[in-house]
Design a binder for this molecule. Structure first.
Ligand SMILES: NC(=O)c1ccc[n+]([C@@H]2O[C@H](COP(=O)([O-])OP(=O)(O)OC[C@H]3O[C@@H](n4cnc5c(N)ncnc54)[C@H](O)[C@@H]3O)[C@@H](O)[C@H]2O)c1
Length: 285
């Protein structure tokens, strides 16, 4: 099977990045979101990122135009009916994701691969929402999608191997390094990453160090590119908190994955990071 048409459901942080790299690599993309204002904003952000690449001499103006022409914004799910693969990137809410998959099953052909970009939910659980779980796969990109080289391909309990092979080739064509993962809480990367955020939150919560100090220490001494707080701001504190909650629940309340109240307060206050203009730090969007 050759992938030509890609559907992306949810045009936020991840969906816009996924749409961008697909279009840049020659795929035709249907980028879907709940309303036109949101999806147009996403198109604008993609064009802005491509424009920066033109300024840096990484792509030509013509390539920018061709990539943008390959993306069609839409607000009707039925527009995705001819897609070979649909990648869901809606907020990390299980009932929402299941509902999207139910709707996609009604719209797409039986040969369409239904992929989820979930950070932390069980792919097997999401697949249980449809009658054809063998074509449901986790395709977990990292933020920012155009820059991060890794993608986790997650096998649900009923996922067919043939789709895994198609997605391996697809990931390769996008210039990504793919790793195949079993369907366990947080897969590989998010499981390893939980203590990085949680210990930092505990230290800040106990007022042993400020968020600025912790970030500086991790960068200067640990040689991390970003500290745990600026990284949460980039990811979205809401998204990060949901991931921690579901990894914690996925391991049936194992203490080392327990979420921290400080992160919950940030979400409750609406200070959820760069996308809101404020998280642990302030941003001018
Ligand atoms: N942000 C990250 O760093 C990151 C990294 C890897 C994976 N993920 C996962 O990717 C997914 C999306 O995360 P995000 O950060 O892009 O979220 P986001 O909040 O930036 O974007 C979500 C988008 O989905 C749209 N949406 C909401 N309801 C919808 C519906 N019913 N139909 C279609 N679109 C709908 C929203 O309008 C929004 O544009 C989540 O599952 C998240 O866990 C996020």
């Amino acid at each position: 099977m050759t992938i030509q048409y890609v559907g992306v459901v949810g045009s936020g942080t991840m969906g816009s990045g996924i749409a961008q790299i697909c279009a840049q690599n020659g795929y035709y993309v249907y980028l879907y979101d709940v309303n036109d204002t949101i999806v147009q904003k996403s198109l604008y952000s993609i064009e802005k990122r491509l424009q920066k690449m033109v300024e840096k001499g990484k792509i030509t103006k013509k390539e920018l135009e061709q990539s943008m022409e390959r993306i069609e914004a839409c607000t009707e799910l039925s527009n995705l009916k001819a897609c070979d693969v649909v990648i869901e990137a809606v907020p990390e809410k299980l009932p929402l994701k299941k509902e999207i998959f139910r709707q996609l099953e009604g719209v797409c052909s039986e040969q369409t691969i239904l992929a989820t970009n979930t950070s932390s939910f069980s792919v097997t659980d999401i697949a249980s929402a449809v009658n054809t779980p063998e074509r449901v796969v986790g395709l977990h990109f990292f933020n920012p999608v155009p820059l991060m080289p890794l993608v986790e391909i997650v096998k649900g309990f009923k996922t067919s191997e043939k789709w895994i092979h198609v997605l391996l080739r697809f990931a390769d064509s996008l210039g990504k390094e793919a790793v195949i993962c079993e369907d366990t809480p947080g897969f590989i990367v998010n499981r390893i990453a939980r203590p990085f955020y949680n210990e930092a939150l505990k230290i800040a919560g106990e007022r042993l160090a400020s968020v600025e100090q912790i970030d500086i220490i991790m960068k200067k001494a640990g040689h991390f590119k970003m500290g745990p707080f600026e990284l949460q701001d980039l990811i979205g504190i809401d998204v990060n908190f949901s991931t921690t909650e579901s990894v914690y629940n996925g391991f049936f309340g194992e203490g080392r994955f327990r979420p921290h109240y400080l992160q919950q307060r940030m979400v409750q206050s609406g200070k959820i990071g760069r996308k809101a203009g404020e998280g642990y730090f302030r941003y001018e969007n």
